[in-house]
Design a protein around this ligand. Structure first.
Ligand SMILES: Cc1cc2nc3c(=O)[nH]c(=O)nc-3n(C[C@H](O)[C@H](O)[C@H](O)COP(=O)(O)OP(=O)(O)OC[C@H]3O[C@@H](n4cnc5c(N)ncnc54)[C@H](O)[C@@H]3O)c2cc1C
Length: 403
């Protein structure tokens, strides 16, 4: 049996390792268009771009692939998937046949489309990070376009290096799409108190060597970085006529519209909670857990066994300067937010309730409440505000009672 995996990011690499763990004989080909052995992306914005050595962390040891008989093809972009004859064609024209295919092609950063945008640097790959590290070391004034997680990480890291930092966000608040408004506001205030100039409702109109023109002011900068979000790499799947809608559509078993082709990680748009609900996540938790389920399901398909569904409790983290943000669950804009009282100074915990039930928790510098949140959200019986109040916001005791 032969499995080909397209993309050696977190999802593809974890799937290869999980498959090998389940079956020592299966032929596994892991194909990456990048030249570096598979590496971790989160440290790029937290560590690599601020280090002189530009070190990066591998997902698995360098020897893992050889030792485990996984054929790692670097610098090898897949240019075609042929689902009828079950093969992929690489940029070298090499053909690799498969019995089962996993697409894990991840995302790429959105391109800024304003005059001078070629001046702005981006951050997705190790190559981007190594280039950016050199620029940050030289820069005095850094402007970051985009107040999402990665923009905030770059801005706060640069500020810690004593750069003069401006963060431009087009919406009314940083982290606007990801956390409770009250949580975003608190994080924003801390960043500002530490010296980051945050401009909200602020669109960059053009960029030149001296900085950024906005509708209301000119932001001086000798380095501009754009972190305006990512979009899934769907082109290959689309050409292979797989069903696409904000990523590759998969069922709960992570199969695409072709049952021999799985899609996992940032690229996969999967059914979530309700019959009609769907979600596409850009997170390590999602990439790793989907990879392990896809590997199990590939083996189960071969053995005519029951396949496993993916029904996650999503979680995510972001390190911003000295702040640790941890989010669990999926909050919606119309959720009701409840701030936990009596918390240790310097921490914050915000609970999201929908229809009276706990659906998500945002924590700042509070790992214990984050872990409790994961446990509460995986509890069979929904957690209500009354439950939280009964324990006066002590999530640890509530978790204990439920066990
Ligand atoms: C700077 C940064 C910081 C982040 N920080 C966090 C964090 O703190 N916490 C968190 O949970 N998540 C974080 N993320 C998100 C997380 O890294 C992604 O969700 C995760 O990497 C997704 O894994 P993936 O394997 O689906 O995709 P990717 O990691 O994007 O990997 C996909 C791979 O496929 C390759 N590829 C694409 N097309 C082809 C092709 N045709 N042929 C061959 N190869 C191809 C790509 O080059 C890439 O190497 C961060 C992301 C970035 C960029």
């Amino acid at each position: 049996m032969s499995v080909v995996i397209i993309g050696a990011g977190h999802a593809g690499t974890t799937a290869a390792a999980a498959l090998r763990k389940l079956d020592k004989d299966i032929k596994i080909s892991l194909v990456s268009e990048e030249g570096s052995p598979p590496y971790q992306r989160p440290p790029l914005s937290k560590k690599t771009i601020f280090s002189v050595t530009q070190n990066y962390d591998l997902i698995l040891g360098k020897d893992f692939y050889n030792k485990n008989n996984i054929q790692l093809n670097l610098n090898s972009a897949v240019e075609e998937i042929n689902p009828i004859q079950s093969y992929v064609r690489l940029n070298s024209n090499k053909i690799i046949e498969y019995d089962q295919l996993i697409i894990a092609t991840g995302s790429k950063g959105y391109k800024l489309n304003i005059p001078g945008s070629e001046i702005a640097q981006k951050l997705y790959s190790i190559n981007d990070a190594q280039k950016l590290a050199k620029s940050i070391a030289k820069a005095k004034k850094v402007a970051v376009i985009g107040g999402g997680f990665i923009g905030c990480e770059i801005a706060s890291g640069a500020q810690k290096q004593n750069k003069e930092v401006t963060l431009l966000e087009a919406g009314p608040s940083i982290l606007g799409r990801s956390v409770a408004p009250i949580f975003a506001e608190s994080v924003s205030k801390i960043h500002q108190s530490q010296g980051i100039n945050i401009l909200t409702n602020c669109n960059a109109l053009s960029i030149n060597a001296r900085g950024i023109e906005t509708a209301s002011s000119f932001v001086p900068a000798d380095l501009v970085v754009a972190g305006i979000g990512v979009t899934p790499n769907i082109e290959l799947a689309s050409k292979a006529n797989l069903d696409i809608d904000n990523g590759i559509l998969v069922n709960k078993l992570l199969q695409t519209s072709n049952e021999n082709i799985f899609a996992i990680g940032d690229i996969a748009n999967f059914p979530f909670q309700s019959d009609s609900g769907r979600l596409r996540l850009e997170s390590i938790q999602n990439a790793n857990e989907q990879a392990k389920i896809a590997a199990k399901n590939i083996i189960a398909l071969r053995n005519n066994q029951k396949l496993q569904s993916y029904s996650p409790i999503p979680w995510f983290w972001s390190d911003q300067g000295d702040l640790k943000l941890q989010m669990v669950g999926v909050g919606k804009l119309n959720a009701k937010h409840h701030v936990l009282e009596n918390q240790t100074a310097g921490t914050l915990t915000v609970l999201h309730f929908e229809d009276g039930q706990l659906v998500a928790i945002d924590t700042l510098n509070h790992g214990v409440n984050h872990i409790c949140g994961r446990k509460l959200l995986s509890n069979k019986k929904p957690i209500l505000l009354d439950d939280i109040e009964r324990f006066k916001g002590d999530l640890k005791s509530l978790v204990k009672e439920l066990n």
